[in-house]
Design a protein around this ligand. Structure first.
Ligand code: TYD
Ligand code: MG
Length: 453
């Protein structure tokens, strides 16, 4: 019989038969350590004959669909969950330490509890008195949330079976340990085992379970990616440390659209919902300046306007710098290469910096044209026409592709006082929502029309 793999990566959970310095699966360094393997699956002797019997689809009662959902009243949270919390679902909320996960979930617990959901908040990191103090600071001291400070999973599950809650929050999965697993809390084996137990508990008792997972860089403890595949919904809480904005992003959701975002603002008394993120992301925008372009994007189901800033300057280095915040570095290199090869605009010998204002991370290809506009505007030191939004995808040939949901983007732009838009020709665009439209056929035409080159 083959010997089980015992070396596990704490970042992605991949297992190997021998140790190495770098995980072949995810590329992280120093994340592989030896782990005691979990016991094997059920042996054929213990197989139950009746359980797991298939039923035909039509046998399922229609009452089970759509799943019942509970709303918290925090619209930003409810939307990211896909329209509320599905009973019996397992949810993972990941994020860097100190980003605000405990604050968010305590506020969520209070909101759900006030809506009548029986809620238990289990903290493995703070004593109940500390959680209560935090609740007081957030103005939630009166909320009917039950608190527990415990890290032993067996105790937690016993308590939960007696309490019969509808929502359980586990803060955090890395502090929990199952006493039948011979491994330290936070190790891959423990995190996997406890997440599995909690997910099973959620399904069996029809209780929603939200688990907090710290993202780790050092590989000392297992990161949330180890449990991502076990749960129904994975949300990441992100933001730049220096910024007051925080974004809750769905990266996987069995019960709703992925890529949905909720925007929050950090205040002295907790997280406040931002119902109009475009206005917030553009609020710091000053006079029209070279290198600044407003991108009309779509995040999940919602249009979001955001400012892109570029800086292009002669480089003192033999290898010019390319630095990006909030966008994909490889995609930036691609745009630079296309501008050079198809439009004859070189960036050799120039440092290039690109920043997405407000701490938002953009992954849409429709940002290509806005990035190109920002780079050209910075390089030529010429501002774009004022009150203009830009969007569209650029292909390697220099052709432009229309973006999805064009009308929604234009509508949002008009709502925020923009008067013009630059978007690729083709695609459904309607009347343009009253905006003056410039519709270049390809990148060369775009460069010519905007910068007269
Ligand atoms: P915390 O929720 O403890 O972060 P995490 O659980 O992700 O580690 O928040 C970190 C600190 O930030 C904490 O001292 C409280 C503070 N904070 C605010 O003052 N206002 C806010 O809106 C948030 C989210 C956090
Ligand atoms: Mg915390």
């Amino acid at each position: 019989m083959a010997k089980p793999n015992t070396f596990v990566c704490s970042s992605c959970g991949a297992s190997f038969s021998k140790w190495s310095g770098r995980c072949e699966a995810c590329g992280e360094w120093n994340t592989i350590s030896e782990e005691t393997p979990l016991s094997a699956g059920p042996s054929s002797k213990s197989l139950g004959a009746k359980r797991g019997r298939p039923v035909t689809l039509t046998d399922l009662s229609t009452q089970e669909t759509p799943p019942p959902r509970a709303t918290s009243g925090l619209d930003e949270l409810d939307r990211v969950l896909g329209g509320g919390l599905v009973a019996g679902s397992a949810i993972l909320v990941g994020g860097d330490p100190g980003i605000g996960k405990s604050t968010l979930l305590l506020q969520a617990a209070a909101a759900f509890a006030r809506k009548g959901l029986k809620t238990v908040y289990v903290s493995g990191e703070e004593a109940t008195a500390q959680v209560r103090l935090r609740a007081q600071r957030l103005g939630l001291a009166e909320a009917p949330v039950r608190l527990a400070a415990e890290t032993n999973l067996r105790n937690i599950l016993t308590t939960l079976e007696a309490e019969k809650p509808q929502l359980v929050i586990i803060d955090s999965i890395q502090t929990m340990w199952a006493d039948n697993v011979d491994s330290a809390p936070g190790s891959v084996t423990q995190v996997r085992a406890t997440a599995h137990e909690l997910t099973t508990f959620a399904k069996r008792h029809n209780v929603s379970v939200i688990m907090v997972g710290h993202v780790t860089k050092e590989g000392q403890i297992a990161g949330p990616r180890v449990v991502e595949h076990m749960v129904d919904t994975v949300l990441y809480f992100e933001g730049e440390r220096g910024h007051q904005f925080r974004i809750l992003r769905a990266v996987k959701n069995r019960f709703g659209p992925a890529d949905e975002i909720g925007v929050f603002e950090m205040t002295g008394s907790g997280l406040a919902e931002v119902l109009n993120p475009s206005a917030l992301f553009l609020s710091e925008r000053g006079q029209p300046a070279a290198g600044s372009v407003v991108f009309a994007g779509i995040e999940g189901t919602r249009p979001v306007l955001v400012e892109l800033q570029a800086l292009v300057a002669p480089s003192p280095h033999s290898q010019p710098r390319r630095a990006v915040v909030g966008w994909d570095g490889a995609r930036l290199s691609m745009i630079l290469a296309v501008l050079e090869a198809r439009c004859g605009i070189p960036f050799a010998g120039l440092d290039v910096y690109l920043n997405v204002a407000g701490g938002l991370k953009i992954s849409e290809p429709a940002a290509d044209l806005a990035v190109a506009a920002a780079l050209l505007s910075a390089r030529e030191d010429a501002a774009l026409p004022p009150e203009t939004v830009v969007f569209g995808e650029i292909s390697l040939s220099g052709a432009l592709r229309p973006a999805s949901q064009t009308e929604n983007r234009l509508k949002e732009a008009r709502k925020l006082g923009f008067t013009a838009a630059i978007a690729p020709a083709g695609g459904k665009i309607g009347s343009g929502g009253g905006l003056a439209l410039t519709r270049p056929a390809d990148l060369t035409e775009f460069v010519g029309e905007i910068f007269g080159a």
